[in-house]
Write a protein that binds this ligand. Structure first.
Ligand code: BEZ
Ligand code: FE
Length: 276
């Protein structure tokens, strides 16, 4: 295959990959080649711009380690994460909606009993979170594994502190026989996603802010039900309509209500989709 030109190269590259035995991988590679080439044609990409793009992606990779995932951040801020979540989580009406996972989940978070304080020393306005895990038919879901994680009052997750010896503002608990759960924590606050890497540069260059509206992350697993990955967002937050990662769903917005003793209360019930 010689003398390929800008009109013939795309088909030649697709044919080069046409022997890919895995049909799904072949489909993805073929589509990726088509869209990448179409992008270069449509934008009349110059060589200087292409090198700049390679440099951007290289620096994005260099920013990644076991605590920092700049590629997830890139996918999130370009709306790709939320698109993939949306097209893979079409649930029946009545189920709790899903939203982005984000880069701050940590496996092996401490386990707590009902009523315990998952803040574990994290600074913030004290609050109680309570609710019920149910199935789509309204049945309580007992023994559901409920993982929660959130930022502190300064907008940082525990993993963003270099010298923290133990997990803060994250934990795992089980729903009771009646599907109910409750725990203490701190009120969620808005925070900016990390902007000290290439994604921050991209946001500044495009005059976009890095803020996420205040939210509490949940991952809920129970036998016989699809895993639910979601957040509860705090009502009234100024960033609900401009979330840096496009994750807000109205059904996930709820008020943290101030109680007479000055603490806050969030009540939220989750509805899981039965496994097919
Ligand atoms: C988060 O909510 O933890 C998050 C999601 C996407 C990007 C950055 C942070
Ligand atoms: Fe978050």
């Amino acid at each position: 295959m010689r003398n390929l030109n800008e009109d013939t190269i795309t088909q030649a590259v697709i044919e080069r990959f046409s022997r890919t035995p895995d049909p799904r991988l072949k489909e993805i590679l073929t589509s990726l080649i088509q869209h990448l080439h179409a992008f270069a044609r449509e934008t009349k990409l110059t060589e200087a711009e292409w090198f700049k793009g390679i440099d951007f992606l290289t620096r994005t990779g260099h920013m990644c380690d076991d605590k920092r995932q700049e590629f997830i951040l890139l996918s999130d801020t370009l709306g790709l994460s939320m698109l993939v979540v949306a097209q893979n989580n079409k649930k029946p009406a009545g189920c709790t909606e899903s939203t982005v996972f984000g880069p701050f989940y940590v496996e092996g978070a401490p386990h707590y009993d009902q009523g315990e304080d998952v803040a574990n020393g994290a600074q913030g306005e004290p609050c109680i979170v309570r609710g019920t895990v149910r199935g789509l038919g309204g049945e309580p879901v007992p023994h559901a594994t409920i993982e929660v994680w959130q930022a502190d009052a300064d907008g940082n997750y525990d993993v963003q502190y270099a010298h923290l010896a133990h997990a803060q503002a994250r934990g795992v608990l089980k729903s009771g026989l009646d599907g109910k759960f409750h725990f203490k924590s701190i009120r969620a606050e808005a925070y900016p996603i990390p902007t000290d890497g290439p994604v921050g540069e991209m946001l500044r260059a495009s005059k976009n802010h890095p803020w996420r509206p205040a939210h509490l992350h949940f991952m809920i697993k129970a036998d016989g039900y699809e895993t639910l990955i979601t957040h509860v967002f705090r009502d009234g937050d100024q960033y609900l309509d401009s979330d840096a990662v496009f994750g807000v769903r109205q059904s996930l917005v709820k008020d943290w209500v101030k109680q007479p003793d000055g603490t806050y209360l969030l009540e939220y019930d989750f509805v899981l989709n039965p496994e097919k």
